[in-house]
Design a protein. Structure first.
Length: 542
């Protein structure tokens, strides 16, 4: 039954809406036609399938498959050829680059032969110049390791000239226990006159202007209680002057970081020589007038011979760039007490140097990203503490005094002439009383490796002759060329093997094709399709 009062919705529209719809439709159709024109006419795909009604369909499909395999093999071969060409070009480019690098190395080795501009030669010449010009030589020793900071080669050069005098200055005596300094003074004073010394920590720069009272020229830091040993040293130097009118030159020599420039600044009571925590700050000879009778000569550090033990090479090297921090720390740890080092840094027991640096990095909070301990930073920290004043260590003197081979009784008598040994001993005792020495319980014990040998003759720094270098380079070039030829022969052999494999594949494909053709009958040729379709009543109709 039809429901009452229900009517369908009317399809009547307003003219405005109907025209708007028609306009939108026209615009859409126009847009579609435009895009179709841009893309061009559609290409209908050809149907390349073989119909089921075609005769010899299996043979046709087999031929198509063989043809497809041949095309793929051809593509693979072309790809391999392209790759070989690219590899050959790359090898040629690498060979050219290697030749250019070899030339650069050859030129560099020729230029690297020791010349007067070489820094080691310059330092060696400057040290020899100081030894030649000086009347009195003061060898500065590190009180923490007096034997390791002593150079027998420099002493031999000084003792060869009869008119020169040699003194030993035991610097940094405030970092060693007092009883150890006394024992070392007894050992060293038996050979040469020795004076304990302590440099002033802070010295005003001479460029700073400050109002001062006028004082005589000879009034230096020797009267300052902050510089123990200065007055004793000046007393000895004045006693060695031939007369009041004649001046003497005093050369200050020693290994790196023993405090040569700091000693001169302390005696002069001003900042006249550059000092710093890094090694090798002094590069050239510098003359400083202390008073009318004494002129000090500041010298560069002595060059360490490469034949020294690793610890001596690391601690006495003239430049920080030549020091491997991790190797230096490993060498230091082998010669010091483990228990005292653990107490000093408050770290746990360790088995090797790497574990020690790892514990130290964790203790000091030196961590990289991801919580990885910074062992290199910890190594630099330990090495800087060891070279500076933060790490207090000392070496025990030998039980039985061992005299150096170049120092005889005559030398001892000649060096101590004009110097009263009793007065020197009393002055050294008063100097030790003025020092604030640390307690031996909180100091690390270090095992000294003996005197450090230095290079005093620049001929020991000369490299081998350039002809030998050229011969070595030519031999290396010949070996590299032979290697290149062997690689090329290997590449040619691999190419021949690949060609043989391709030939074998094609032979297998052709043999398979012949077998299939024999088993399936004659192959179908579509070129003669029109001739086959013609019907002959004489032959075909029976």
């Amino acid at each position: 039954m039809k429901r009452p009062k229900l009517r369908k919705s009317s399809k009547r529209l307003s003219c405005h809406k109907r025209y708007k719809i028609q306009k939108k439709v026209r615009e859409h159709k126009r847009k579609v036609k435009k895009e179709a024109k841009k893309s061009g006419p559609r290409k209908h795909k050809k149907d390349i399938t073989v119909p089921n009604a075609a005769p010899f369909k299996a043979q046709i499909l087999q031929e198509a498959q063989l043809r497809r395999q041949q095309q793929e093999e051809l593509k693979q071969k072309q790809k391999l050829d392209r790759q070989k060409e690219v590899a050959k070009k790359r090898k040629l480019e690498e060979k050219k680059n290697n030749n250019s690098e070899k030339k650069e190395k050859r030129d560099k080795k020729r230029k690297e032969t020791k010349t007067p501009d070489d820094p080691d030669v310059v330092l060696c010449r400057q040290v020899n110049k100081v030894l030649e010009q000086s009347d009195v030589i003061v060898e500065v020793l590190d009180a923490r390791d007096p034997l390791g900071s002593r150079c027998s080669q420099a002493e031999e050069v000084v003792l060869k000239s009869p008119n020169k005098r040699l003194l030993l200055l035991l610097n940094k005596s405030d970092l060693v226990p007092r009883e150890m300094v006394e024992k070392w003074l007894q050992v060293l004073s038996a050979e040469l006159p020795t004076v304990p010394f302590r440099c002033v920590a802070q010295i005003q720069d001479k460029s700073e202007k400050k109002k001062k009272k006028k004082v005589p020229v000879s009034a230096d830091l020797v009267t300052d209680p902050k510089c123990p040993g200065g007055q004793v040293l000046l007393k000895i130097l004045h006693s060695l002057c031939p007369s009041h009118n004649e001046a003497i030159k005093v050369g200050v020599i020693g290994f790196a970081n023993v405090g040569k420039s700091s000693v001169i600044n302390s005696l002069k009571q001003s900042h006249v020589c550059n000092v710093g925590p890094s090694k090798g700050t002094t590069k050239f000879l510098q003359e400083v007038r202390l008073d009318p009778q004494i002129r000090l000569l500041d010298s560069p550090a002595l060059l360490v011979s490469p034949h020294n033990p690793p610890v001596a090479l690391m601690l006495r090297s003239a430049s920080e760039s030549k020091v491997d921090v991790l190797a230096a720390v490993e060498a230091i740890l082998k010669h010091c007490s483990k228990q005292e080092l653990m107490l000093h840094y408050t770290i746990a027991d360790y088995r090797n140097s790497l574990e020690c640096l790892t514990l130290l990095a964790h203790r000091r909070g030196m961590l990289k990203k991801g919580g990885v301990p910074d062992t290199e930073g910890a190594g630099r920290l330990l090495f800087n503490d060891w070279m500076g004043a933060r790490m207090k260590y000392y070496c025990r003197p030998p039980d039985s005094p061992v005299c150096q081979p170049h120092i005889s009784r005559e030398v001892v008598a000649a060096m101590s002439s004009g110097i009263c040994s009793e007065e020197l001993a009393m002055d050294n005792a008063s100097t030790l009383k003025a020092l604030k020495c640390p307690n031996s319980a909180n100091i690390v014990v270090f095992a000294s490796v003996g005197p450090t040998s230095a290079i005093m003759d620049e001929t020991q720094l000369v490299d081998p002759e350039p002809e030998l270098i050229e011969e070595e380079l030519e031999e290396n070039d010949g070996e590299e060329e032979e290697d290149m030829e062997e690689e090329e022969d290997d590449d040619e052999g691999s190419e021949e093997e690949e060609d043989l494999e391709a030939k074998s594949l094609t032979q297998e494909v052709t043999s398979a094709k012949e077998k299939d053709s024999k088993s399936a009958g004659p192959a179908v040729s579509f070129d003669q399709a029109a001739d086959d379709d013609t019907y002959d009543f004489n032959t075909d109709f029976v």
